[in-house]
Design a protein around this ligand. Structure first.
Ligand code: PRX
Length: 635
């Protein structure tokens, strides 16, 4: 693998080179990999259509780069260390050759079920090794995996299966999370009942719960694998053939199927992994994300395995059996790099230091955070109590759409500053613009974060809706990719992410579209309309605050009853992650004369700030605001 950046001057040198000669820079990174055929053209692009093609004409398979390319040196090395939910249960370690065997075998199972290159396969699974095996098996045969976080409801699952027209769904009987179990198969059955495209369900036994198996449609994973050969030749893919779809929320209602392709994503996820975390051979790397999100795709599975790393996969939650679980895992497996979300750090910090103080964590070298801004208090706690003041913190800014880390310190190389993502990685050209799209040059500026030129890991489209892709990311500002985030560049040129500037809220590091939550609330028979905003929450970063206008408020119902049933409804339509923390029943919403909801005012009220609403001259009915303020003071 190409040399990693080791010094700050080395970083500046690489960065300069990468910006001046971007194509040469990425071509050089691509040379680390095994291509069945080298590309004809490194980059072909415009942000107008948009069209983004990296390594065009190149032929490869990403799993050949994980396995065949590395097998000679890594055969017996641990690829995945799996730590179960219950610490009393024995874990599993799969070497590169064992993982390879299982991937090829399951690839053959998928082929036997008629899955072909380009078909979509939905995965709805707990964090068990078979999740990684199934996704790599899809990649092996050129099927497009669409992983849906197993906390989503059956309705949300069905929406995603239908949008992708998945042919096969891979799931488990149930899943363990802390002292709870999730009835995964039952949820899948409910969802699949609405999805005509699904022909086959493959179920891995995990909890042993009784489940219904539909004859001819549902099959047990283990039975299908019996007597199946592990001889499998990888499907040859074009660099721009799709690798996966991953749904994410945006400011409009329906979730978007972000599509990533093969060659560029491979180069980018591996390059960023090796450099940001400064992974050295023999290290044990632990990312606590769920593979159902992009962090798990890029930095539990693809980035680490492409880099020959040992990656730890954890099934459970940070507070089971107690708030010291992460640190027990670090101690048990002598973890060297640990990557988590600020919300987890805040939750563990709130439990007290006794859970972290006596753990033997000398192995730790690097700590990472991702998903939301990290407040200074949490940063310092992480630094002092987990890293014992010795480990650099990499505050990594990126998105589902970027495929990999974009702005981040390089561990031990870039001097850090609490709550700053610091500097762009090589090959990344961020620019800050004002509302009109004028570039704000120099330091000490604040505005909207855009990226000027393509990078190999970026999303190529929204599955089935290229126009929406253009509209969402490339139409706000001409010839720029718009991230949706606000940012400040300080006097040192360091970037600090300020949070979303669109109608997206970030709850515990999970992206939620306000419109998506509103749509779910509006399904309630008594709700006429609603508005959802984020408010500061000490653990989740942002909480969900919903204002709902209801009709037929008679003596048969109480406000509390309606609030509870709205919460249940949102739970059923999206999942627990979207359940509002607070709901206020109001008689009207603040609107402009043209009928637009003034969210700015609602955000202030939700944050407990009842003054300084700014310009309210366009407000149709000021009495509505008075009423909301008075009511929220009581609740
Ligand atoms: O607002 C930014 C925030 O998370 C958004 C992306 O969410 P998602 O696509 O779900 O991906 C999360 C994991 C990569 C961004 O637009 N975000 C992500 N990382 C950071 C962050 N905000 C501040 N600091 C970060 N390090």
């Amino acid at each position: 693998m190409a040399v990693k950046i080791k010094t700050l001057s080395g970083y500046f040198h690489e960065y300069q080179k990468s910006i001046v000669k971007t194509e040469d820079f990425w071509q050089q990174q691509a040379e680390d990999f095994y291509w069945r055929k080298k590309c004809d053209c490194v980059l072909d692009w415009n942000f107008k259509e948009p069209k983004i093609e990296w390594f065009k004409g190149g032929k490869l398979n990403i799993t050949e780069n994980i396995f065949e390319r590395q097998m000679f040196i890594r055969k017996d090395q641990a690829a995945i260390i799996w730590e179960p939910n219950d610490p009393k249960e024995e874990g599993v370690t799969l070497s590169y050759s064992e993982l390879f065997y299982k991937v090829k075998q399951f690839a053959n199972v998928l082929l036997s079920k008629g899955v072909k290159k380009g078909d979509r396969v939905a995965l709805y699974m707990p964090m068990i090794p078979e999740l990684a095996i199934a996704m790599l098996a899809c990649a092996r045969i050129g099927a497009i995996h669409s992983i849906i976080f197993a906390g989503f409801s059956s309705t949300a699952l069905a929406d995603r299966i239908i949008d992708a027209q998945a042919k096969v769904v891979i799931a488990s009987d149930g899943g363990f999370r802390g002292n709870k179990t999730t009835p995964i198969k039952t949820i899948v059955d409910e969802a699949v009942g609405k999805c005509d495209s699904v022909e086959t369900l493959i179920i891995k036994k995990r909890t042993g719960d009784q489940v219904l198996m539909k004859e001819g449609r549902d099959f047990w994973w283990d039975e299908l694998c019996e007597n199946v050969s592990a001889e499998n030749e990888a499907e040859v893919m074009d660099a721009e053939d799709p690798l996966f779809i991953l749904y994410t929320s945006g400011s409009t209602g329906q979730p978007k199927g972000v599509l990533h392709t093969t060659g560029g994503y491979m180069v980018y996820s591996s390059y960023t992994f090796r450099n940001v975390f400064q992974y050295s051979q023999g290290d044990v790397y632990f990312c606590s994300a769920d593979i159902g999100w992009i962090t798990g795709h890029s930095y539990i599975v693809y980035g680490p395995l492409l880099s020959g790393a040992t990656t730890l996969m954890f099934e459970g939650i940070p507070t089971f059996p107690d708030a010291g679980r992460f640190w027990d895992i670090v101690e048990k497996h002598q973890v060297n790099q640990f990557y988590t979300a600020p919300t987890a750090i805040r939750a563990l910090m709130a439990e007290g230091n006794e859970f972290v103080e006596n753990k033997k964590m000398k192995s730790l070298k690097v700590l990472g955070t991702v998903g939301e801004p990290i407040n200074e208090e949490a940063w310092h706690w992480y630094h002092d109590h987990v890293g014992k003041g010795r480990c650099p913190i990499v505050d990594t800014w990126w998105q589902t759409e970027t495929g990999g880390i974009m702005i981040s310190p390089i561990a031990g190389v870039t001097p850090t500053k609490p709550s700053y993502a610091t500097l762009p990685l090589p090959g990344i050209h961020p620019i800050i613009v004002d509302a009109e799209g004028k570039e704000l040059k120099g330091n000490s500026v604040e505005g909207n974060l855009c990226i000027k030129a393509p990078w190999p890991g970026m999303a190529r489209t929204i599955y089935g809706d290229h126009e929406r892709f253009r509209q969402t990311y490339f139409s706000t500002y001409q010839n720029l990719y718009f991230t949706g985030d606000g940012v400040r560049r300080d006097e040192d040129g360091y970037y600090r992410i300020l949070g979303r500037v669109d109608d997206v809220i970030n709850v515990s590091g999970h992206r939620m579209g306000t419109a998506e939550v509103e749509n779910a609330i509006n399904e309630h028979p008594r709700v006429v309309e609603s508005a959802v905003v984020g408010f500061p929450h000490h653990i989740k970063g942002q909480g969900i605050f919903a204002f709902a206008v209801c009709n037929d408020m008679d003596e048969t119902v109480t406000e509390e009853g309606i609030i509870q049933s709205i919460k249940v409804g949102v739970n059923n339509i999206i999942g627990p992650i979207a359940r509002p923390d607070k709901i206020l029943i109001v008689s009207g919403l603040p609107k402009t004369r043209s009928g637009k909801i003034m969210r700015r005012i609602l955000r202030k009220i939700a944050a407990g700030d009842f003054e300084n609403f700014g310009d309210t001259s366009t407000l149709l009915d000021p009495a509505v605001v008075e009423e909301i303020i008075n009511k929220s003071k009581i609740h």
